[in-house]
Design a binder for this molecule. Structure first.
Ligand code: PMP
Length: 437
């Protein structure tokens, strides 16, 4: 009866052979979790604990875990071509056509296994096209783990998101070639263009910077970025790795009506199977060496048929069922308004934010416009809320990634039970003095 929990044993076993016992830093969520099951809106840990899942594999799970529609397509693809590495397969063409039909700025598309690869291609292409070296990104924005985008904050001390640069082992030139602006602050971007005339190759934007929080861009901001980059001869890259398929079929560009030069996508596009890509106009995409150009496009697993099968199943389902986004948005709104009522009832400093199926409760006062504002979040209360919610059976993103996801498998009942638990947990936190009014 005093046996060690299986999750603990698995974690210890993992630590022997996997650095830190987890396969990425953001997978360690404050305690040794080991999971053995996933189904619809639920995940199950190694000790039988069952959770309503709002982590959704960083948002990659959109239709629900182990969605039969997608898994069946994958099973079907397993009987076809596995991987040849020469030529093209019909499924890659079908996937590319589908993407071009749903992303407004996409005339051509190439695919990769991860979002990081897609953004690396985009940045290299932008540098080649412009003959310039500098890249502008936004404070707190995340575009992958590679060197080209490895800086995060304008100036220390602001370690709320983690380290800056995000890693040791990066060449100085890679760091100094990344300039950081403030989200929703066009003047900070203008200042960089003024300071570095004709040296900026591209501005890369997460239209909703979900990696620090569900901050919405103002229309003026995205329109301003479009005209600033165009007049400066720089490219505008929309990194829609999250926003691409989570919020709407065409990405945030179809919400705000702005056409970026290049678009990256990934995560939810294949409902949890590894697939990402880069889309853009023929003129830019033809610079790739595959088309006889001078920008290397390489990768053993590019065009991966299993990923394409999952992507086709996911995207065509979303296309044929327009009510999907309306439903997940309604559920997201039910969560957000429910959380707002609880904040109002208890009277602590709380801000509920989100978009569509994404929701988050910050422990702070308004305004919440940019990364700067998120510095005021009470991270201790935030982590404690998520920890206690996990104990109650509701799994959210417990780290500094401030967002949570509703999937197509969640029900109104899941949301209502989450709200009930949230109320109890917050009441307990107030009672224990972890949270004050
Ligand atoms: N861009 C954005 C906006 C992301 O959110 C992520 C992943 N969190 C990436 C790029 C990198 O994608 P991946 O983890 O698949 O390499």
């Amino acid at each position: 009866t005093n046996a060690k929990p299986r999750g603990q044993s698995l974690y210890e076993e993992a630590c022997e052979v996997i650095p830190g016992g987890v396969n990425s830093a953001t997978r360690y969520v404050g305690r040794p979790y080991a999971f053995t099951g996933a189904d619809g809106a639920y995940i199950t840990d190694a000790d039988g604990g069952r959770y309503v899942d709002y982590h959704a594999a960083f948002g990659a799970i959109l239709l629900g875990h182990n969605e039969p529609l997608v898994n069946d397509a994958v099973r079907g693809a397993l009987d076809g071509v596995d991987l040849i590495g020469a030529g093209v397969t019909p499924i890659e063409i079908e996937f590319a056509k589908l993407i071009c039909s749903v992303i407004p700025s996409a005339e051509m598309v190439t695919n990769a296994m991860s979002g990081s690869e897609a953004t690396a291609y985009a940045i290299r292409l932008a540098r080649a096209e412009t003959g310039r070296s500098l890249i502008v990104k936004f404070q707190g924005g995340y575009h992958g783990w590679h060197d080209a985008v490895a800086r995060n904050v304008i100036s220390p001390p602001s370690l709320a998101y983690g380290m800056d640069p995000v890693s040791a082992g990066i060449l100085e030139q890679a760091l100094t070639s990344t300039l950081i602006a403030e989200f929703n602050d066009l003047s900070s971007v203008q200042a960089l263009f003024d300071e570095h005339p004709e040296q900026i190759a591209a501005v890369i934007l997460e239209p909703i910077p979900h990696n620090v929080g569900a901050l919405l861009p103002t229309q003026e901001f995205v329109e301003g970025l479009r005209s600033l980059t165009s007049s400066a001869g720089a490219l505008l890259i929309f990194d829609e790795v999250i926003t691409g398929f989570r919020h709407t079929l065409g990405g945030y560009q179809s919400v705000c009506g702005i056409t970026p030069d290049l678009t990256t996508f990934g995560k939810a596009v294949a409902n949890g199977f590894p697939l990402a890509g880069l889309a853009g106009p023929r003129s830019l995409m033809s610079r790739f060496t595959s088309a006889g150009g001078d920008v290397a496009l390489l990768g053993t697993f590019n065009g991966y048929p299993i990923g394409c099968a999952a992507g086709i199943a996911t995207v065509s389902y979303l296309r044929d069922n327009p009510s999907f986004y309306a439903r997940t948005e309604t559920l997201g709104e039910r969560m957000r308004s429910g959380l707002r009522s609880i904040v109002d009832e208890f009277g602590f400093a709380g801000q509920v934010r989100g978009f569509g199926s994404v929701f988050v409760l910050y422990f702070m006062d308004a305004p919440v416009l940019g990364y700067r504002d998120l510095m005021r979040n009470d991270d201790k209360a935030y982590l404690e809320f998520h920890r206690r919610m996990a104990d109650a059976g509701f799994f959210m993103l417990p780290m500094s990634l401030k967002r949570n996801h509703v999937s197509g498998a969640h029900t109104e009942d899941d949301i209502d039970r989450t709200l009930e638990a949230s109320r109890d947990v917050l009441k307990g936190m107030l009672h224990d003095g972890v949270l004050t009014t």
